[in-house]
Design a protein around this ligand. Structure first.
Ligand SMILES: NC(=O)c1ccc[n+]([C@@H]2O[C@H](COP(=O)([O-])OP(=O)(O)OC[C@H]3O[C@@H](n4cnc5c(N)ncnc54)[C@H](OP(=O)(O)O)[C@@H]3O)[C@@H](O)[C@H]2O)c1
Length: 248
């Protein structure tokens, strides 16, 4: 039985599926799985970006997939050659809009797809994970602080820990866990902030209790810990450098 802190080769002979693997947190997770001796199956929407990432990581397979398409998600898991040890899904993006700018139908679609994606990975992914393996989802801490324009993200931020703990009971002995990052320095953050990225990094370096910006490898390290530590299920782990503890 594997317990405790990850160490080299503790994922040897383990197979890990990473959905959202071509960039950011998912890419860092796939790379760390390989460093720890595991095999990785990588999925993401853009086949070219995915192919490049899979080559760099040395993936066992890469499969273009839009995880918001439940039918494709089911086919993806059905087509895996056998059971796997862990499934990680980082697929998703935040939704920010003030009520003035909010398109209610767009918000409905976003919330529905985000919940359906998580439920789809649980239903079809959970069926192929070996006992004591884990499903790891990625949510966020961003919506925990009330703010203008964050209502949709706040609602999902609150929903995902509840969903995770219920799934952990239903899917046992497969474990289900959630990682909730604050700001992470990834291509997603770069695209959201544009020319305000460096200013944001500077502010975080000055104000975060850890005095540095959180990177994708910091989040991936917690995801790997959740694979290896078989005592953890139904949990939400915040990885935000203490961002919630200090004024915005
Ligand atoms: N970065 C942050 O500061 C931060 C903070 C809190 C929470 N998060 C959350 O953490 C997760 C990962 O963020 P990140 O910063 O690593 O983003 P990222 O750099 O944009 O990477 C996202 C990955 O997911 C894939 N993806 C997106 N939608 C998908 C879908 N429907 N099906 C399959 N693959 C999909 C993307 O590739 P394709 O586009 O080619 O599919 C890409 O490989 C997101 O859910 C995000 O909301 C991020």
């Amino acid at each position: 039985m594997a317990t405790g802190t990850p160490h080299p080769q503790d994922l040897a002979d383990r197979t890990v599926v990473v959905i959202g693997a071509s960039s950011g947190i998912g890419f860092a997770t796939a790379r760390q799985v390989r460093r720890h001796g595991g095999r990785v199956v990588m999925a993401g929407r853009d086949p070219r970006r995915l192919g490049r990432a899979a080559e760099e990581v040395g993936a066992e397979r890469c499969v273009p997939l839009d995880a918001a398409d439940t039918g494709r998600l089911r086919e993806f898991f059905d087509a895996l050659p056998g059971p796997v040890d862990h499934v990680v899904s980082t697929a998703g993006s935040p939704f920010y809009a003030t009520l003035d700018d909010l398109d209610v139908d767009e918000a409905r679609t976003h919330v529905g797809e985000r919940l359906a994606l998580t439920l789809g990975v649980a239903k079809y992914g959970g069926a192929v994970v070996r006992d004591a393996g884990t499903l790891v989802f990625v949510g966020g801490t961003g919506g925990r602080r009330p703010g203008i324009g964050t209502s949709v993200t706040a609602a999902l931020t609150a929903a995902l820990p509840a969903l995770t703990s219920s799934l952990a009971v239903e899917l046992a002995p497969v474990r289900v866990n959630l990682v909730a990052p604050g700001f992470v320095d990834t291509p997603l953050s770069a695209s959201l902030l544009g020319d305000r990225l460096e200013e944001r990094r500077e502010r975080l370096r000055a104000t975060l209790p850890i005095r540095r910006v959180v990177g994708p490898d910091d989040v991936a390290a917690v995801i790997l810990h959740l694979m290896v530590n078989e005592a953890v299920t139904g949990a939400t782990y915040d990885v935000d450098g203490g961002q919630q503890l200090v004024p915005p």
